[in-house]
Design a protein around this ligand. Sequence first.
Ligand code: GTP
Length: 350
Amino acid sequence: MRHERIPLILLTGFLGSGKTTLLNQLVQLPEFSRTLVIINEFGETSLDHLLVSKSSDDQIVELSSGCICCTIRGDLAKTLSDATWRFARNGVRQFDRVVIETTGLAEPTPILQIISNTPKLYDSYRMQGTVTVVDAVNGAGTLATHPEAQKQVAVADLLLLSKSDLATQAQETETREAMLLLNPTAPVQLVLQGQTQVDEILALDHAEPVQSTAPLHSWLPTEQLRFAPVSGKQGLLRADQSSAAPADLNRHNDRIRAYCYVLEHPVTAAQIDQWLDALMPELGPQLLRLKAILNVVGFPGPLVVHAVQHLLHPAGLLKEWPDEDRRCKLVFITDNLSAERLEQSLQLLQ
Ligand SMILES: Nc1nc2c(ncn2[C@@H]2O[C@H](COP(=O)(O)OP(=O)(O)OP(=O)(O)O)[C@@H](O)[C@H]2O)c(=O)[nH]1
């Protein structure tokens, strides 16, 4: 039987959004007591690791000579691969979880890829999810102007809205709308001075095949979206973007978009293979994230598919459906990809 892999949470968010404040609270909780914290800072004077609570001093690694998403990817890989013996006593590993705090300008996808593309790391670590902190005061403006911030929101499994104590109602609403447009499927919860509902973080199980059907409900909140048939494509419905957020919000960030589809009929395993074989090499770089729940002919439960850019995680087959809705649901978070091009690829599932 396969050994239990160590869950890893990627904590990201734009500069000053409140990542360290959150981490400082998390490491003081009993649930996070056996957590290895890896902090990446950029620049000569790195302070964050000093700000994180002393209680976990012996399990904090600071990577400060560059950014882990670009210049020091190797350092991250080495830190993770050495950690299992470096943070062990008498041969027993002293941590059960890893949290990596990125710099505010980091792109999360290369970091997710390091873990999945390095067999030794993939064998030891399981991506539990990406948590992105967004500042409610500056969020809308930041998301309108910084592609890094857009990508951080787009790939999140959980979005944490910070500083709502400082934000006006209008600022908070605009920030929520901007987040919704980039990522309509990730739940949003408040974090106030680093305090938040920690159960939601611990329950994340999105980035790799889920074992339970519970998280599927939050994936694609179909009840909140309006779907309309795509002309000429039988059984294919597309969510209307304006039902997620006002359309004019898109004016600043029309590169990164979320598309949600429902396919009304079951598909065959062969069709899925063919579709993914064509999709990943061709559109991989433009796919920031793909999540799909597919009804496969002859399978008792849904097949769950995840991809981050050209990286396809092994699909997970669940034993049963979470509810009566047996339709296939697909979410694509894309960079510079048109609905027409996606729909052309979906023809392989028709
Ligand atoms: N009022 C208020 N201030 C907050 C909240 N969260 C964080 N802050 C403050 O925001 C500032 C930046 O917070 P940090 O936790 O350092 O942000 P960060 O994301 O780690 O910042 P970088 O490392 O620069 O990317 C600090 O002064 C925090 O005290 C909040 O919910 N409310």
